[in-house]
Design a protein around this ligand. Structure first.
Ligand code: NI
Length: 185
């Protein structure tokens, strides 16, 4: 288990579509490292291309973020790690707005409208196909991470005028990894 560097906005791997996983024999240590990295960075979801691997894998743990109250006290009790391989949204319904951020786009947060409920088809580690319904924060994180696997960022959904406001910051991230000032849109 080890921490992997998180690839930032501007790296071409985050704009390319990843490959389907067909060989499940070598992905276990990558997935362990992805969880370590996600927890270390205080993220609630992470796509494989965010750690430089062009495969359709994402890890997810909204754990305590779905719970009100003192997170220090709750600790890891509500940790609920999930692995999604070759995820595909087969149905989506409703609409809701939530503030999003991204480990690959540090210091920029924005309200984004996405589907409220999704039906997701994916492979598990045992290579069996699953179909599961998610809504609320779970659906939100999955939609955000699946976008990564398709080369998309949450900032792509912003209006042209809001994109203008982050243009310079995105450039700074691609050059230095972090913008000089943060912004919430
Ligand atoms: Ni992200």
């Amino acid at each position: 288990m080890s921490l992997l560097p998180v690839v930032k906005y501007g790296d071409p791997i985050l704009r390319s579509k990843v490959d389907e996983v067909t060989d499940f024999s070598n992905i276990e240590s990558l997935i362990d490292d992805m969880f370590d990295t996600m927890y270390h960075e205080s993220g609630i979801g992470l796509a494989a291309n965010q750690v430089g691997v062009k495969l359709a894998i994402l890890v997810f743990d909204i754990g305590e973020h779905g719970i009100e109250g003192d997170k220090e006290v709750i600790g890891e009790l509500f940790s609920d790690p999930k692995i999604f391989i070759n995820p595909l949204i087969v149905e989506s319904a409703g609409e809701c707005s939530m503030e999003e951020g991204c480990l690959s786009v540090p210091e920029i947060r924005a309200e984004i409208i996405r589907a409220e409920t999704i039906i997701l088809q994916y492979d598990a580690m045992d290579q069996n196909a699953h179909s599961e319904t998610f809504s609320g924060l779970s659906a939100r994180v999955l939609l955000h991470e699946i976008d990564h696997l398709n080369g998309k960022f949450f900032t792509d959904y912003l209006s042209p005028s809001k994109r203008m406001l982050i243009q310079k910051r995105l450039k700074e991230i691609s050059l230095t990894g972090t913008p000089t000032t943060g912004i919430i849109l």
